[in-house]
Design a protein around this ligand. Structure first.
Ligand SMILES: *Cc1c(COP(=O)(O)O)cnc(C)c1O
Length: 377
């Protein structure tokens, strides 16, 4: 069986996890957490990075830091994971879904402004497949309308937009280190604070509402419960696992990119003949090969392809059911404007096996079977 995803493992994870256990430092904010935070800050030129228990809770923190009130509106794509939406529901906001552009499957930046009302407070670009949203346009809209921007960069670790790391452009950025992502700690994530005014607030929110972080830096004599908070600290055991992978971050990235390019070159002739559609990487955007997807002409062909591959022991999977058509999406939000691409393009999309160190023979098999299917369509 060729799996769709195999969690990354580089070999040094056990050594670091053993170190954490032997040093009796397995709770949050231990030495490995600090190393990971500092590495992420330096590598991505970010003001402040804090590991969290998941990408979902990093989004929860970002949404809570936005200081939303009931009735406030948040603009996001409907073609995304439920976590993007949940965080803003938790923070009390109403969701306003906007259509995506078919070339990147990212929010269509030209349709955002029409969805803004006097209640709009936040725009949430989701960098699908680790390919950047059109951030210059989005940041310009946010500035002109006095809105905050939370980047869902769960899939975008190591990707850039015009030289800037994804997650470092808006007020807040959120990474995921779930086992399905490029770098993993089992369950985990990180919040990136780009707006310095929120660093202290974020530390308090993450530390159960206490000023414990300031206490450890010697800034206050004792620590106290100072505001609303929760616990978003992951165990240092998880950080130890992640640390192993961050040390070879470029190798993992290059390995994935090589797989992505092999797929691309193999299928390009079919895209040129109009038989399938391949992803677009816009000018100025450097991606991280988080995902390789192709789009067929319709839902039936896509389903037939998934079955054909499964019959050949290869697991290919579709992606999001648009949130606005899901029961919770109907309850918590509305779609603004016409759904031209969200549903139609989501129906056509399928993701191919993509993970660190995929066996070259398996990769060739996926390519051969896909070609076979397309030739016989
Ligand atoms: C994976 C993912 C999340 C959630 O991350 P977890 O670490 O699994 O909680 C949020 N948004 C997007 C777009 C994702 O792909």
């Amino acid at each position: 069986m060729i799996h769709f995803n195999v969690p990354p493992f580089v070999g040094t994870e056990f050594q670091y996890m053993k170190e954490a256990v032997e040093n009796h430092k397995i709770c949050g904010d231990g030495p490995f957490t600090k190393k990971c935070n500092e590495w992420l800050e330096k590598r991505f030129d970010a003001k402040k990075v804090m590991l969290t228990t998941s990408g979902s809770t990093a989004l929860d923190m970002a949404a809570l830091l936005c200081g939303l009130h009931p009735g406030d509106e948040v603009i996001l794509p409907s073609f995304t994971f439920s976590s993007t939406a949940n965080s803003f529901v938790l923070a009390g906001a109403t969701l306003v879904f906007v259509d995506i552009r078919p070339d990147t499957m990212n929010i269509d930046e030209t349709k955002i402004e029409a969805a803004i009302t006097e209640k709009t407070k936040v725009i949430v670009p989701v960098h699908y497949a680790g390919v950047a949203c059109e951030m210059d346009t989005i940041m310009d809209i946010a500035r002109r309308h006095n809105l905050m921007v939370v980047e869902d960069a769960a899939q975008g670790v190591m990707s850039t937009y015009k030289g800037k790391a994804l997650g470092t452009i808006g007020d807040f950025g959120c990474f995921s280190f779930h086992e399905t992502k490029n770098y993993s700690m089992g369950e985990g994530g990180a919040i990136i604070i780009n707006n310095e005014a929120y660093i202290e607030k974020a530390e308090i929110l993450r530390e159960k509402g206490t000023n414990r972080s300031q206490f450890f830096r010697g800034q206050v004599a004792k620590y106290n419960w100072v505001d609303f908070g929760d616990s978003y600290l992951q165990s240092d055991l998880n950080a130890a696992y992640l640390w192993a992978q961050l040390q070879v971050a470029d190798e993992i990235n290059n390995n994935r990119l090589a797989t992505w390019n092999t797929y691309w070159n193999a299928f390009k002739p079919y895209a040129d003949r109009g038989l399938i559609t391949l992803p677009t990487i816009p000018e100025g955007s450097v991606h991280n090969a988080h995902m390789f997807y192709i789009k067929f002409s319709d839902l039936e062909t896509r389903q037939a392809y998934i079955k054909y591959m499964k019959d050949n022991d290869i697991l290919c999977v579709f992606h999001y059911v648009p949130l606005h058509s899901a029961p919770a999406g109907e309850k918590f939000g509305r779609f603004h404007g016409e759904d031209v691409h969200t549903t139609a393009d989501s129906d056509r999309l399928v993701r191919l096996p993509m993970y660190y160190n995929i066996d070259p023979a398996d990769l060739q098999k996926v390519i051969e079977k896909t070609k076979e299917f397309i030739e016989n369509m």
